[in-house]
Design a protein around this ligand. Sequence first.
Ligand SMILES: [Zn+2]
Length: 377
Amino acid sequence: MKYSLRVATVAGIDINLHASFVLVLGLGAWPWLMWGARGALFGAGMSLLIFACIALHELGHSLVAKAFGIPVTDITLTPIGGVAILKDRPKTPTQELLIAIAGPAVNVVLAAIFWGTAVVLGHEAYDAAKLTLLREPPRAEHIWVLLIPANLALAAFNMLPALPMDGGRVLRATLSYVFAPEQATRIAAVVARVVAVGFIALYAFVPNTTPMLPFIAVVVFFGAGAEVREAKVNRVLSLIRAGDVVTPYAPRFEPGTTLGQAMQTLMVSPLPVFAVELGGRLVGVARREDLLQAAMTKGAWGFVSSVLVRDVPTVDPFDTLDDARSKMQRADVRAAAVMRGGVFLGLVTELELAQAMEVAERLKATQTRDSLGREVR
Ligand SMILES: [Zn+2]
């Protein structure tokens, strides 16, 4: 179930408005209501313009990510800001740095453009004193008066060094030139938590600060923790090879396997994705949830072929699980086929990743030397 509406598609990236976005129009109109319907319309229009700037900010991240070959699914705008969904993480500190900085850079450029047009049009829009404009009825000039500081504030706020915000990512990327990725993330997370506590203190001790501050503090505090866990997963998975987790004993289907037979297998196997073979050759995979759904609608005499997904990423047995996970995230199906010389050895699914994590975390030996014999940072 999706609670969002697509409003535009740019460079193959859908821009969606979350249903809760109607709040933004109301909140935007509210302070202008004293000027009647015209004021309310102006306020709602202004909040739309500011969110258009936020969409461009997210598009900045997305286009740089795409330039590095990272697929971007969509951008969703919610009342608390925008999110661009990247299907993979940046592969180098430089990639992360440039993707993170691209968003705030868009807002700086927008502020410069609005400032330039204000000068050309003869508005004294860049005069900060004009911010007292709420005492006047809305005029066209107010668009500039509001959009210039709004974009500068967006850039400055996002550049605060608080992971998972943009500035935190810039900090982590910069630290990654010196430290191992996990160590860099840990340091950046400590800084983020200090900033989060600072937000709370600011809200508690400085009058008239926005109630958004403690809310953002909570998001940053737990977001930083999630980044640390993610960095740890990436390190541990980079120590294990895909060949280490595939098993010839995993149940497999044929396209002609009936859904009834498949249901019997589902009762004894926890796998989220099953390989589908024909004559010893991999033809695709079948997802657990698709099989269950098909069994419900088609009954026991339907076939596995009706839910076959042919597009499966492949990995070599010597590739790391970290690489396999990257490919799984980019693909629509959360599985990778381990192939050697055209021979299908088995699937890597979320279950194999979770099992490998569980074991590797307990094996101190794999933390100092990986299975390929390289020293680990
Ligand atoms: Zn951003």
